[in-house]
Design a protein around this ligand. Structure first.
Ligand code: FAD
Length: 482
């Protein structure tokens, strides 16, 4: 038994069901268990099939494996043991309850449609079993059903949503978990995190861990690095993939390793007149995350279907498996697009500006339905998040609730010149092009003679030309309207 452990032998037992809330501080479910005087039995259940079609991808699993290990260490240091299980969530919880005689099950809510439905059923079943089953908000500043239009419905457009949501925001106080937790013995011990089969058997994720430290401590450190660094100038810097201009907190937020209200509090504590605009810009981005969850909850079909019905007859092009492979390998022949796709493959993350450029090239120049890109991102992003990914892809494809119009086609060459002006981001991720002089690095097919020869085996031509692809997209859109 750990020295930090407080005795919980006589206390009633609460199962603390960890999901996408892999932290101890600012964890409302844990706080309720502590306040209620329960001994805590922390549990993680691996049941990927319950997420439906959008069960976690490979990069998410790789992250989760490490985040769970970090959580297990933090619990251990406080005298509680994380028990991991594989199997159907409800049956597993009921089996633990039966074996240990637990009185309560506490968890923090998730908002993915399949998970919401599952959790509602689980709560009802546990209550029928005579347990105290309670869920909490551990992820959002405002839960989806708390923000309504004047008519009482959900918002579909960000700006009015944000005006209402922000006016209503009540930042919960931050909460520090006790240094000693009342753990409990008895009941099924579960399996080690390592036997859940989350970590990849091949080492394709090796490059991830130079860039990331999953877990609560890693999240706090990332927040501090951001607050001390890129926050200053975030308003403009956030668009520059060649610089560290953003917080890189997205995977930590997705896995619930940090609460959004902790982030806001930390930034607000350092507010000065000079930093005010950057803090406001950052909080607005958190607002997009909130809006994405709002849409996901109110429009659950949008994870698979176009939000806007007007795209029903659109002539999307069906990619061949060769074309899909070319995109996945970052060999489209468009440097900024390939740089983003390779950054994604090597680090599990892609800069937001480049996500938009890649998304536009795929859905407009190549005219692929957004689902193809969304699925690839889902499998490869460490921050893959059903709410944000769906909103991002539907926004960029023009099919979304509050989307960029389809006819606004990003020119990837112009975008690269503007947001990666020295071509450093391209050179980093597409080293074949690093020896090309600047204008050619943005559009190597335009390079004549000697400089073109320096591009190694990089594709000589893009999958579809910039002007040609744009025109084809506009023609398809005009045909739809006609
Ligand atoms: P910062 O600029 O530091 O932003 C702070 C936080 O705000 C982010 O961590 C994120 O939680 C939130 N945020 C920022 N921008 C957005 C946005 N546009 N929409 C919703 N939330 C936002 N984000 C994900 O977390 N998971 C995804 O699966 C995802 N898929 C995307 C797909 C496409 C096609 C596009 C265009 C965007 C997608 N985004 C996704 C949004 C955005 O690209 C990332 O949240 C951002 O790049 C994360 O980096 P950061 O934490 O440094 O962002």
């Amino acid at each position: 038994m750990s020295a930090a452990r407080a005795s919980g032998d006589d206390a009633p037992v609460a199962i603390l069901w960890f999901r996408n809330d892999l932290r101890l501080d600012d964890n409302p479910a844990l706080e309720a268990a502590v306040e209620g005087g329960y001994a805590i039995l922390p549990v993680y259940i691996h049941a990927p099939g319950e997420g439906g079609r959008w069960h976690p991808g490979a990069a998410s699993d790789a992250w989760r494996a490490r985040s769970l290990q970090a959580l297990a260490r933090s619990l251990q240091a406080r005298g509680a043991v994380l028990r991991c299980f594989k199997g159907p969530s409800l049956a597993t919880l009921q089996a633990i309850v039966a074996a240990r005689g637990a009185h309560a099950v506490f968890w923090n809510r998730r908002y993915e449609p399949a998970i919401e439905k599952r959790d509602t059923g689980i709560k009802q079943a546990l209550k029928r079993d005579g347990l105290r089953a309670e869920s909490f908000n551990g992820a959002l500043m405002a839960e989806p059903w708390t923000v309504e239009t004047r008519e009482g419905g959900p918002y579909r457009v960000f700006t009015p949503y944000w005006r209402t949501a922000f006016a209503q925001w009540r930042r919960p106080p931050t909460w520090t978990a006790p240094e000693a937790l009342k753990g409990t013995d008895g009941g099924p011990r579960g399996v080690a995190v390592e036997s859940l089969g989350l970590a990849p058997s091949l080492d394709w994720d090796a490059g991830f861990w130079d860039a990331w430290t999953p877990g609560e401590a890693g999240a706090r450190e990332a927040l501090q690095v951001f607050a001390d660094g890129a926050l200053r100038g975030y308003g403009d810097g956030r668009d520059r993939p060649d610089q560290v201009g953003t917080s890189r907190l997205s995977p930590h937020l997705h896995f619930g390793e940090i609460a959004p209200w902790r982030i806001v509090e930390t930034l607000e504590t350092g507010r000065t007149a000079a930093l005010g605009g950057d803090i406001d810009a950052y909080v607005r981005e958190l607002g997009w995350r909130e809006f994405a969850h709002h849409l996901l909850h109110h429009f659950p079909k949008s994870v698979d279907e176009d939000f806007s019905p007007k795209f029903a007859g659109f002539q999307w092009a069906d990619p061949s498996s060769r074309e899909l492979d070319r995109v996945r390998a970052g060999r489209t022949g468009v440097p900024i697009v390939d740089a983003g796709l390779r950054e994604l493959w090597h680090t599990g993350w892609m800069h937001n500006r480049v996500r938009m450029i890649v998304g536009s090239y795929l859905t407009k120049h190549l005219r692929w339905h957004w689902r193809h890109g969304a699925e690839w991102f889902w499998d490869t992003l460490v921050d893959a998040d059903l709410a944000n990914n769906t909103l991002g892809w539907q926004w960029v494809a023009g099919t979304g609730a509050d989307a960029a119009p389809y006819f606004r086609v990003f020119n990837p060459v112009t975008q690269a010149k503007r947001f990666d002006p020295d071509g450093r981001y391209i050179a980093r991720w597409v080293p074949e092009l690093s020896r090309l002089p600047l204008p050619a690095r943005f559009a190597p097919w335009e390079a004549k003679g000697r400089s073109g020869a320096h591009a190694g085996d990089y594709p000589a031509q893009p999958m579809v030309g910039i002007a040609e692809g744009r025109q084809a997209a506009l023609d398809a859109y005009a045909a739809l309207k006609g």
